[in-house]
Design a protein around this ligand. Structure first.
Ligand code: FAD
Length: 296
C-alpha cells in the first residue's frame, strides 16, 4: 500500500506519476510516484531532513544514464534542478550537481582548461558522476576533484576534500541517502583549440563504437578482471538477440538497447538471459555496472 507523505514534504516542489521513460536514457521502467525537484540546496536539505525525521527511504536520480528501472517506484525520488551555474576561479571550475557532466567538460574546454576531456562522452549529471566516480580513458573524476559538497542522510551539509577510500573504481560512498550537491575540480591551463579538438574526438570515437542512436544505459555489465564483458557476450553469439523491443546491440555486445517500446519485464529477461549464457559458456557471473531499481 502507498504510504502517505508528510505535509512538510508535500510543500516542496514535486510532481507525481512521472514515467521513468522520460527520466532515464534507457527509457524503460514504470512510474515515478513522487518526484521531488528542489531548485536550491535549502530545499534539498529540507527534503532530506523531512525524510530522515519520518524514517522514509528515498532515492536520488541524476540524468538517469546509469539506471535500469524495473517497475513502479513508490519511494520519493529526489532530482536536483539547481540553476546551471558553472564558475571559474583561477584554474578551478565548479558546478552544481544537476549540471550536465558533458556540458562541464565542454565549459572547461571553452575556458582553455585541460583535465576534463575524459568526460566528454559520459552523459548524465555531475552529481551522478561524483556518486559513480565516472571515468574513461584512464582518468576518473576523483583524479581532478578538489572539493565536493553533499548532504548526509540526516541532512547535514558537508564540504570537504576527497580522502583515501571515499572513491574507488565506479564507486563512491555517496549512497544510502547521501546527496551530492556540487563540486570543484582543479584543472591545468592548456590550448583551447587542442582541448576542444580532444573533446570532439572523444565524442566521435564513442559515436563510431557505441549504439548512440538508440536508447541505452551505457555498459550494462562490469568487465570481469582481465576480461571484456562485451567480448564474452559476443562469444556467446548474443549480438542482435532480442526479447521484444530489448536487444543486445549488434554494434557493442555490452550495450542493451531499447528499440522504442521495451518493457521492464523484457529488459529484466534479456539481462538474466545474457548473464546465464555467459555463466554457462565461460563460468563467469557478470555483475551489473548499471544500478537496478526494482519496484517498491
Ligand atoms: C552512452 C553512455 C556511455 C557511458 N559511458 C560511460 C563511461 O565512459 N564511463 C562511466 O563512468 N560511465 C559511463 N556511462 C554511465 C553513466 O553515464 C555515468 O555513470 C554517469 O555518471 C551517471 O550519471 P547520472 O546523472 O545519469 O546518474 P543516474 O543514472 O541518474 O544515477 C546513477 C547513480 O548515481 C546516484 N545519483 C545521481 N545523482 C546523485 C546525487 N546528486 N547525489 C547522490 N547520488 C546521486 C543515483 O542514485 C544512482 O545510484 C555511460 C552511459 C551511457 C548511456
Amino acid at each position: 500500500m502507498t504510504r502517505a507523505l508528510p505535509d512538510e514534504l508535500l510543500k516542496l516542489p514535486h510532481r507525481t506519476e512521472v514515467p521513468f521513460a522520460k527520466l532515464t536514457t534507457l527509457g524503460v521502467g514504470g512510474s515515478c510516484r513522487w518526484l521531488f525537484e528542489p531548485t536550491t540546496e535549502l530545499e534539498a536539505q529540507a527534503f532530506v531532513r523531512a525524510c530522515a525525521r519520518e524514517s522514509l527511504p528515498y532515492r536520488v536520480l541524476g540524468g538517469g544514464s546509469n539506471l535500469v528501472i524495473l517497475g513502479d517506484i513508490e519511494a520519493p525520488v529526489l532530482r536536483l534542478r539547481f540553476p546551471p551555474d558553472l564558475r571559474r576561479m583561477g584554474l578551478k571550475l565548479s558546478a552544481p550537481a544537476s549540471f550536465g557532466h558533458i556540458r562541464m567538460a565542454q565549459g572547461a574546454a571553452k575556458e582553455g582548461l585541460s583535465g576534463m576531456e575524459y568526460a566528454s562522452g559520459i552523459p548524465g549529471t555531475t552529481g551522478g558522476a561524483l556518486r559513480m566516480n565516472a571515468g574513461a580513458y584512464g582518468t576518473e573524476l576523483v583524479d581532478i576533484l578538489d572539493t565536493y559538497r553533499f548532504l548526509t542522510p540526516e541532512g547535514e551539509l558537508v564540504e570537504k576534500r576527497p580522502e583515501p577510500g571515499e572513491f574507488k573504481y565506479r564507486w563512491s560512498f555517496l549512497t544510502g541517502g547521501h546527496v551530492a550537491l556540487g563540486f570543484t575540480v582543479h584543472l591545468v591551463e592548456g590550448d583551447r583549440g587542442r582541448i576542444e579538438a580532444q573533446v570532439a574526438a572523444n565524442m566521435e570515437k564513442r559515436g563510431s563504437s557505441q549504439p548512440l542512436s538508440q536508447r541505452n544505459a551505457g555498459c550494462i555489465f562490469k568487465n570481469p578482471a582481465g576480461q571484456s564483458a562485451g567480448r564474452l557476450i559476443d562469444q556467446c553469439g548474443l549480438k542482435g538477440f532480442r526479447v521484444g523491443d530489448a536487444e543486445v546491440s549488434p554494434e557493442h555486445a555490452n550495450f542493451l538497447v531499447n528499440h522504442g517500446h521495451a518493457t521492464a519485464a523484457e529488459f529484466a529477461e534479456l539481462m538474466d538471459l545474457v548473464r546465464a549464457k555467459v555463466l554457462e559458456s565461460h563460468g563467469i557471473d557478470l555483475e551489473p555496472e548499471v544500478e537496478i531499481w526494482r519496484a517498491g
